[in-house]
Design a protein around this ligand. Structure first.
Ligand SMILES: NC(=O)c1ccc[n+]([C@@H]2O[C@H](COP(=O)([O-])OP(=O)(O)OC[C@H]3O[C@@H](n4cnc5c(N)ncnc54)[C@H](OP(=O)(O)O)[C@@H]3O)[C@@H](O)[C@H]2O)c1
Length: 327
């Protein structure tokens, strides 16, 4: 790695809640563009570029691909081939909670599923442990206590250093944290969707996270690419909305949405930054937010998004302008 010291000076690291773990203000997720259907060389370039620029945190899940599982395999391959010797400078997370394999033990939140899936993830990445293991989503059919005890077991087995929850609402978070505190399990982080178009967590979850000293890593801060200049005029052929495997539907890009995106883009331009940078600055303005978890399909996008670190303060007037557009 070139210039190993300065990359850490340039990145802004924030403590994850009241824990001692620091995460980069920008983390990198492998939901899209790291599957067996994607170009390995592009995936490799992005991981190496992100790490070289101080992005120390890489986020995965058992089902990322497609094929499900293949993003973990791609990441493991890159890690061992190109980044051998850097494991202790990285925070690697994975999750289980969505459908992964047939039958009643490959989905949900049971102890059986969570612990078997972690073993499979470790095998795919060829790792002894992950830094953070998440329950990917709440499971109404499994007692929260069972899922939390499974996460606790993963820590006690030495297969996860920390654990977290994802997409739990405020009430579910309270119940989970009550159990984790009793067990003294290092449950330190909540992963949740947050961007200008999806502000649900402002209602009560952010307050709950603060109350429990939980860190918050927000996914889809760019609304899967809507909050960039990509869809200003059309739907590019190589975009997530145009791809068969993407999770962004073309129907999400309505005329009203596009009009908002154009206005937000003007606000970004008035700050001499891209809309993507403005969108990341906007989520990072929340003191409870530890990290913005971005995705990308090229190193140019990672580079663009990282420039937010040079201009991330938003004035009261700018926040008002943004709110007016979002009304
Ligand atoms: N816990 C959960 O349930 C959950 C759910 C979803 C995601 N996640 C995590 O969060 C991560 C990020 O989610 P996300 O990929 O939806 O995040 P995002 O940052 O909102 O969207 C990423 C997409 O935006 C486009 N993009 C990024 N930077 C750009 C730029 N500067 N200019 C133009 N376009 C740009 C790219 O789309 P194109 O591909 O079109 O170029 C990229 O793939 C995932 O990888 C995953 O780790 C977790």
């Amino acid at each position: 790695m070139n210039n190993p010291t300065s990359k850490y000076e340039k990145m802004n690291f924030r403590f994850c809640g009241t824990s001692g773990l620091q995460l980069p203000a920008i983390s990198f997720g492998l939901w899209h563009n790291f599957g067996s259907v994607d170009l390995y060389e592009n995936s490799r370039k992005m991981i190496l570029y992100a790490f070289e620029r101080g992005i120390t945190h890489f986020d995965l899940a058992n089902n990322y691909g497609p094929e499900p599982g293949s993003a973990e395999e791609t990441f493991g391959r890159i890690l061992h081939k190109d980044l051998a010797g850097y494991r202790d400078q990285m925070i690697i997370s994975t999750k289980a909670g969505y459908y992964m394999w047939p039958g009643p033990y490959g989905d949900g939140g049971s102890r059986k599923y969570l612990l078997a899936s972690l073993d499979q993830s470790l095998q795919r990445m060829n790792l002894d442990y992950v830094d953070i293991y998440y329950h990917h989503r709440p499971d109404p059919d499994t007692p929260i206590e069972e899922s939390m005890l499974a996460l606790d077991h993963a820590v006690r087995q030495g297969k996860a250093l920390y654990v977290g929850i994802s997409s739990y609402n405020s009430e579910q978070t309270r119940e989970a944290m009550r159990i984790m505190r009793e067990l003294r399990t290092p449950c330190i982080i909540h992963q949740v969707k947050y961007n200008m178009f999806d502000r649900d967590i402002e209602r009560d979850l952010l307050d709950t996270l603060k109350e429990f000293g939980l860190g918050c890593i927000v996914f889809s801060p760019l609304a899967q690419g809507l909050l960039t200049d990509k869809y200003l005029n059309d739907i590019p052929a190589d975009s997530r909305a145009a791809k068969p495997n993407g999770f962004l539907s073309k129907d999400a890009i309505t005329d009203q949405r596009r009009a908002q995106i154009k206005k937000l883009n003007e606000i970004a331009q008035s700050r001499n930054q891209s809309l993507a940078q403005l969108a990341v600055a906007w989520v990072l303005r929340q003191e409870t937010v530890t990290s913005a978890l971005i995705g990308a399909s090229s190193i140019e996008q990672i580079d663009d998004n990282l420039k937010v670190l040079e201009n991330s303060e938003l004035s009261t007037e700018e926040l008002k302008q943004i709110n007016d557009v979002l009304q």
